[in-house]
Design a protein around this ligand. Structure first.
Ligand code: ADP
Ligand code: ZN
Length: 217
C-alpha cells in the first residue's frame, strides 16, 4: 500500500501509463482519472465537447487546456478523490494545464504527492502504439506484438471484439510523440524543480511495480 496517494503519471503515448495505472489500482483503491477516457466518453455520448474534441484527437492534437482542466477539476472535487487519493493519467500535458491543476488543488485544500514519469525509448513507443488494440466492450488493452489476445481480435476477458483506435496509426503515432516532446516534456522540468518527480526507466511491469512500492511507501 502506498502512503503517497495523490499522483500524476506522465509518459509519452505508449509508455504504459494505462497499464501501470491498472496494476496500481488492483492493489490500492485510488480514483483513476484519465482525460483520454473522459474525452472518449464525451465522444461516445455525442456531446458538444465530444464533437469538438474528436477532430483534434483524430489528428493527434491536444484538446484545449481549459476544456480538459475543467473536466479534471470537476472529477477531483468529488469526495472519493479526497478520501482515496487519485492517479491523473494523461493530465496535465502542458505547463498551462499544470498551473490550472495547481489552482484547482489549492481551492480543494489538497496537494500532489508525486509525479511518476515513465521514460521509454521512441522506437519502443512507436512499436507499441501501432500494434495496440482495445476491447470494444470492456476497454481492455492488448498489443498484437507484445501482449496479443489468445484468439485473434477477440478479448480474453469478455469475448468482445478488439479494434484499433483511429489515433494509433503510424502517422498519428509519430505526430503524438512530437506533441509529447514539444508540449509535455517541459512539465518534467517543472515538476522536477518542485521536487516531486520520480523518473522510471524500467520497461518491465514487475520491476516498475517494485520501484513504485518502494518509492511511494
Ligand atoms: P494515450 O493514453 O494513448 O497517451 P490518451 O488516451 O490519454 O492517449 O489521449 C488521447 C487523445 O486525447 C490525445 O491525443 C489528445 O488529443 C486528447 N487528450 C487526452 N488528454 C489530454 C490532455 N490532458 N490535454 C489535451 N488533450 C488531451
Ligand atoms: Zn473485453
Amino acid at each position: 500500500m502506498f502512503k503517497q496517494k495523490n499522483l500524476i503519471f506522465i509518459g509519452a503515448p505508449g509508455a504504459g501509463k494505462g497499464t501501470i495505472s491498472a496494476l496500481v489500482l488492483a492493489e490500492q483503491p485510488l480514483v483513476h482519472i484519465s482525460t483520454g477516457d473522459l474525452l472518449r466518453d464525451e465522444i461516445k455520448r455525442d456531446t458538444q465537447l465530444g464533437r469538438e474534441a474528436s477532430t483534434l484527437m483524430k489528428a493527434g492534437k491536444l484538446v484545449p487546456d481549459e476544456v480538459v482542466a475543467g473536466m479534471v477539476r470537476s472529477r477531483l472535487s468529488q469526495p472519493d478523490c479526497r478520501k482515496e487519493g487519485f492517479i491523473l493519467d494523461g493530465f496535465p500535458r502542458t505547463i498551462r494545464q499544470a498551473e490550472l491543476l495547481a489552482d484547482a488543488l489549492r481551492e480543494l485544500g489538497t496537494q500532489l504527492d508525486r509525479v511518476v514519469y515513465l521514460k521509454v525509448d521512441d522506437d519502443l513507443l512507436l512499436q507499441r502504439l501501432t500494434a495496440r488494440q482495445n476491447c470494444r466492450k470492456c476497454g481492455a488493452i492488448y498489443n498484437k506484438i507484445f501482449q496479443p489476445s489468445k484468439q485473434e481480435n477477440i478479448c480474453d476477458k469478455c469475448g468482445g471484439e478488439l479494434f484499433q483506435r483511429p489515433d494509433d496509426s503510424l502517422e498519428t503515432a509519430k505526430s503524438r510523440l512530437e506533441v509529447f516532446y514539444r508540449q509535455t516534456q517541459p512539465l518534467i522540468d517543472y515538476y522536477d524543480k518542485l521536487g516531486l518527480l520520480l523518473t522510471i526507466t524500467e520497461t518491465d511491469k514487475a520491476k516498475i511495480m517494485a520501484t513504485l512500492e518502494k518509492e511511494l511507501a
